[in-house]
Design a protein around this ligand. Sequence first.
Ligand SMILES: [Zn+2]
Length: 283
Amino acid sequence: MVRKKDRFWSYVEDLDDRFKCNFCRCDFAGGAYRIKYHLAGVKGHAIDICTSVPEDVKNEAYLAIGGINKKLKSASSSSNAQESKATSCSTSKDLCQATDSKMCGKKDKSVVNKLLAQLVMVNNISLDVVQTTSFIRFVQGVADYGPEYKLPSNLTLQRKLIPNLMVKIEEYIRRIKNSWSITGCTLMSSIWSDVDQRAFINVSAYSPSGAIFLKSFEVSRAKITTLYIKDIISSVIDEIGSDKVVQLIIDYTTNFESTRDMLIGKYPQLYITRCATYGIQML
Ligand SMILES: [Zn+2]
């Protein structure tokens, strides 16, 4: 959904998370909320006031932040000018949404909760997402940034933000894989099925530098034989280099002994153990 751009963006140049004032040519971080305080000449909102804004634009911005309609006392021309307090939010609903919630009276958590439920339902998002660290950090980040936070476009996300993140993830994975030649790594493999009863063999690697997910093999239950598991694990070990894999932890109970014997026959240095967590869960 494309949100209508605040009209005050027409007085500045959009620099993607920043803006450059058309009047004083200074640039600042932030969005519409900060543009209005800059143009309105209201001090005390963590942004310098504009020294070149025309009087009509200044009045317009002042009204938009909830100021009363009176001739403004220029904050820039008088150091003794009393800081204006934006208290009125009765101007319009739109104004109320655009300004600080503290100015708009009591915060209503149920409104935000309803927006979250709508987001999850309309976009078919898994309910687990709301409890993930990444989602919680994003919401906290928006709250910390303040009401002037402007969501990036899907194009910015696709062409800039995600590729930048991919570079960082690849660096992280490369750093961890490089550490295996010094410390070695432990492979952890488990079998699980999804709601459609499809079975997967997942393989992750752990070392003192961190843990990474390596591979997931979709398999049908009928194929999960000792030989098949041995082939899958062998392919991962050979890809990493058998001298870098010191331990294998698996949670397969039915095939454990036979899988262990076959793998130790091929990789005698490998230490193979059952998954302790799985064992505890099975008690
Ligand atoms: Zn300016």
